[in-house]
Design a protein. Structure first.
Length: 268
């Protein structure tokens, strides 16, 4: 079980880096500030739309936009974590330059992730049990791939296709037992999700008495807090995984001593 609980030790290590350099939190803050109003606006537009075709068009565009915001912030975090680990002085300006250069690849990620969301929604509407299971599996694999590909695309400055192929090579070797980390992160995010979604429903019920829009805004805020925080933990872990796997590839060894400091400390 210790292997699966390492992610909690890793989270403490990351928050330790945040105390040293609060710039690491900027992408999470930007995620919240931008995504909450966008999600609220999308909900209002969907509420005013009666056409099914227009509803799906709004969903496709809106969900793609929300994923793009989330993934762009993940790219910023990957760059900041990399610089903080390697130099001890992460710069937000450098992170913006790297992530902007990778924006076309990030948009591709966002569009495909949105498509999986729509497929999942369609399967639920049809009450297609097999469709739900297959879509959930594909979505889980894809979102994991997203967080593995992102560091390659942002840090190395390669195209989407090259980054995806690169991530497959590193995942095949998997000297870091990244799969174990995925399970641990899923458990940590499950706990975080239970707390934040519980608070979201409580806030929505309490503030809806003032006005439904006020309650909805509170709900969206808590939901986006969950996505921002869980995304920060995921991309921090996968960035460190990527750095370790790349170093293992160079050195021809899978020694924990080659791991970046936060991951090495979690494994000790």
């Amino acid at each position: 079980m210790d292997r699966y609980l390492r992610v909690f030790k890793f989270m403490f290590q990351v928050w330790g880096m945040v105390r040293q350099n609060s710039t690491l939190l900027k992408p999470m803050i930007y995620n919240l500030v931008i995504a909450v109003p966008c999600m609220a606006a999308l909900s209002v537009l969907l509420g005013l739309t009666e056409s099914q075709g227009l509803t799906y068009a709004l969903l496709a565009g809106g969900i793609t936009l929300l994923y793009f915001i989330d993934y762009f912030c993940a790219g910023l975090t990957a760059s900041l974590i990399y610089d903080q680990v390697t130099t001890g002085n992460a710069s937000f300006d450098d992170a913006k330059k790297r992530t902007m250069a990778a924006s076309s690849g990030i948009l591709i990620f966002a569009a495909i992730s949105a498509a999986f969301d729509l497929m999942s929604s369609y399967a639920q509407e049809r009450d297609d049990v097999l469709g739900k299971i297959l879509t959930s599996i594909l979505y889980a694999v894809w979102t994991t791939a997203t967080f593995v590909v992102m560091p390659a695309m942002v840090i190395e400055g390669v195209s989407f296709g090259t980054a995806f192929a690169r991530s497959k090579e590193l995942m095949k070797q998997d000297p870091t037992n990244v799969g174990t980390g995925v399970i641990g992160i899923a458990a940590a995010n499950y706990v975080l999700g239970g707390v934040t979604f519980g608070l979201a429903h409580v806030a929505n019920n309490a503030l809806s008495n003032i006005h439904p829009i006020v309650g909805a805004m509170a709900f969206f805020t808590f939901v986006n807090v969950y996505w921002a925080v869980s995304g920060f933990v995921k991309i921090s872990y996968f960035t460190c995984f990527y750095m370790w796997a790349r170093e293992c590839e160079k050195q021809g060894s899978s020694s924990p001593e080659l791991a970046p400091a936060p991951l090495a400390a979690a494994m000790s």
